[in-house]
Design a protein around this ligand. Sequence first.
Ligand SMILES: C[S@@+](CC[C@H](N)C(=O)[O-])C[C@H]1O[C@@H](n2cnc3c(N)ncnc32)[C@H](O)[C@@H]1O
Length: 221
Amino acid sequence: MALSTEYWMSSWKAGDIVFHNDFIYPMLQKHAEKLFDNQSNCRVFVPLCGKSLDMKWFADLGHSVVGVDVSEVGILSFFEDQGIEYVKESVPEIQGATRYKSKDGKITIYKANLFSMKKDIIGDFDCIWDNGSLVAINKQDRQKYVSTLTSLMADSCRYLLIALDFDPIKSGVLHPFDVPNSVVKELYEPTCTLEKLDASSYRVHGREAVYYETVFLMKPK
Ligand SMILES: C[S@@+](CC[C@H](N)C(=O)[O-])C[C@H]1O[C@@H](n2cnc3c(N)ncnc32)[C@H](O)[C@@H]1O
């Protein structure tokens, strides 16, 4: 199975966004100290951001956030739901991209394909928060995904990743792709050091599957 960007855009249009959480992700709050590593005013990258509330949480802590998502519906709904005023800008350097920027400049979201994000255009980052992102990438694109993200890491970057493993047959379409810890290691170990910070498991009402979540902290080697 492969999911296209059109699939994601039509899911947003249909309001089919079971992945969205109406809360700040608990594992982010629990491990934020390690992510920030005593630094203030961090530049935080949120790939495949959707309308994650975590972006506002980062901004409220004084960090600046850059997100990217293909869906304009999701991006507009983020700014509207959060009551954040924004400006819309064209981005001639990236084909087909538009930039939405909060008026205080703390949150910028690109409506673009993640794979078009380049360091010379969006800069590099002190922190990356990857929740619902690697796990939404088609298996055949994982290597390209990791190359894109690692190319955006500043030398002292910390990258917090939520990996999710489950039996896809028992899960149905609740989560796109299972990412076992062995795959995380295979993908990131060539360029990053990995530390396993946490793990938990949960069930979802009406599903047979057990979801195993692992939190990794990565740093460039
Ligand atoms: C599983 S959702 C997770 C959203 C968000 N991280 C969260 O936890 O709520 C995946 C998101 O990635 C976006 N997306 C999928 N493929 C993309 C791509 N190649 N470039 C940019 N965004 C993409 C979708 O529109 C969707 O909002």
